[in-house]
Design a protein around this ligand. Structure first.
Ligand code: NDP
Ligand code: 8X3
Length: 257
């Protein structure tokens, strides 16, 4: 018996980084996986790998979380056998740019707000009502250290992650006694495609973010999420801050070079 046998976990942003690692780690624990992202070829590859390795079922769903109608259509009308979701990992998100507030790009701001905040809400609003009806379920929101501390030029990204934190706390109030647990996980630096996306594909600049220090891996974060999800039903881990040993805060990072 594995701890999550016969369960269903929905992961947004499952095509890369922390989300992909969550799909792997939760499948290892026996959960069937609904994998959501925009890049469908990556989701197909994930399905083949995970089904073969872990003997669970994977449902790949191409969906842009910013598109409210698409989220309603895709997650609101799941195929037979996939409707009873046990765990939702709200992970899809991104940073775009790193600029002082007076030089920021409206396009970058819109993309971050629409993905990290509106997208997360779109998903929650569709997946929560059936959970409330069943009086069972768990939501894991992936925030960030940037949701606790702002840093120079991080303005709007930090604001979206502060908002995720506020939503997690609000959900804990609204859903108290409902049978649904809400966990907020705030990671520090994790080496994924995050910085490549932030710097619009500039590989050199992305690599420099992690130079001389040892960042977290997606798996490190996924294992924390799994720990939270496998506590007994009367235990709710509300809030986790998980940092690389080399990082003390958003601005204090120990580098060996
Ligand atoms: P990656 O860029 O590796 O992964 C981001 C994932 O989000 C991808 O699967 C991407 O899939 C998905 N995604 C982005 N936009 C959308 C969208 N509109 N609709 C659906 N899926 C979307 O980065 P990380 O794994 O690092 O990031 C995951 C989360 O972790 C984010 O919320 C990020 O803010 C947070 N985080 C990251 C940290 C880090 O240092 N890396 C630290 C703290 C928090 P696709 O492009 O295929 O749609
Ligand atoms: C990602 C971590 O500090 O680069 O959320 O913003 S940070």
């Amino acid at each position: 018996m594995r701890p999550l046998d016969q369960t269903i976990t929905l992961v947004t942003g499952a095509s890369s980084g922390i989300g992909r690692a969550c799909a792997e780690v939760f499948a290892e624990a026996g959960s069937n996986i609904i994998a959501v992202a925009r890049r469908s070829e990556r989701l197909d590859e994930l399905r083949a790998t995970i089904e073969q390795r872990h003997g669970v079922r994977v449902l790949p769903l191409q969906c842009d979380v910013r598109d409210r109608d698409a989220v309603r259509r895709t997650l609101g009308q799941l195929p037979e056998g996939w409707r009873s979701i046990d765990i939702v990992i709200n992970n899809a998100g991104l940073a775009r740019g790193l600029a002082p507030i007076h030089e920021g790009s409206f396009e970058d701001w819109d993309e971050m707000i629409q993905t990290n905040l509106v997208g997360l809400l779109n998903v929650l609003r569709v997946v929560l009502p059936p959970m409330v009806e069943r009086r069972r379920g768990m939501i894991i929101n992936i925030g960030s250290i940037a949701g606790r501390q702002v840093y120079p030029n991080g303005n709007v990204y930090c604001a979206t992650k502060h908002a995720v934190r506020a939503i997690s706390e609000a959900m804990q109030l609204d859903l108290c006694g409902s049978g649904i647990r809400v966990t907020n996980i705030d990671p520090g630096m994790v080496e994924t495609e995050f910085s490549l996306v932030r710097f619009h594909g500039n590989t050199e600049r992305a690599a420099s973010v992690y130079a001389g220090m040892t960042p977290l891996t997606g798996r490190d974060v996924a294992e924390v999420a799994l720990f939270c999800a496998t506590r007994p039903p009367h235990v709710s881990i509300h809030d986790v801050l998980v940092m690389p040993s080399d990082q003390a805060s958003t601005t204090v990072v120990h580098r060996r070079t």
